[in-house]
Design a protein around this ligand. Structure first.
Ligand code: CTP
Ligand code: ZN
Length: 156
């Protein structure tokens, strides 16, 4: 299979956002984190375990007719710090957004500590400080390591 054929495993889009160079296995987590499940009617294409030059295998997500905001991109950094975000207009890449790790994320992860106030009967919204290798609950200090983040995503 030529590189061009591989590229065409997921077609080009006219308008929207391409989230590229995701670590293999992260595509569905990215969609969950962004709250994208197709119910909004937007076109969503997913490539998993696609051959890549930079990574042995990568995942790629293309969302049509939606341009991710910088704050959405920053939240993505929690699970996909190495991803490239391309904004597409009329088939052209008009912007490549850098991913900056935010200092804190709110309402994205649930705290694994069952006694945490964020898991109480009338819970307060979660808030985690972003560390170099994980996140720390602002309320109870519980640490979620980077490789545990996906399983604690607070998405419905
Ligand atoms: N892309 C797309 N639809 C378009 C234009 C680009 O789906 N109309 C996708 C490409 O397939 C690629 C990503 O957007 O996965 C970035 O496109 P481009 O910058 O042209 O590719 P590269 O130069 O390979 O990107 P990078 O340098 O980030 O690897
Ligand atoms: Zn907590």
């Amino acid at each position: 299979m030529s590189d061009t054929d591989r590229e065409l495993r997921v077609s080009k889009i006219r308008n929207g956002t391409v989230i590229d160079h995701l670590a293999a296995g992260q595509a569905l987590n990215v969609l969950a984190l962004l709250g994208i499940d197709g119910s909004g009617g937007e076109g969503v294409s997913i490539g998993m375990n696609v051959p890549s030059d930079k990574l042995a295998k990568k995942d790629i997500v293309k969302v049509e007719d939606r341009e991710l905001s910088q704050s959405e991109v920053d939240v993505l950094s929690v699970i996909a710090p190495e991803a490239t975000i391309n904004i597409i207009r009329e088939y052209d890449v008009v912007d490549k957004k850098r991913i900056d790790r935010p200092d804190a994320v709110a309402g994205v992860l649930s705290c694994p500590n069952r006694n945490c106030i964020t898991n109480a009967e009338e819970p307060v919204a979660t808030r985690f400080a972003v560390l170099s290798d994980g996140l720390r609950c602002d309320y109870c200090g519980e640490i979620v390591r980077e490789d545990e983040v996906a399983e604690h995503l607070d998405v419905t």
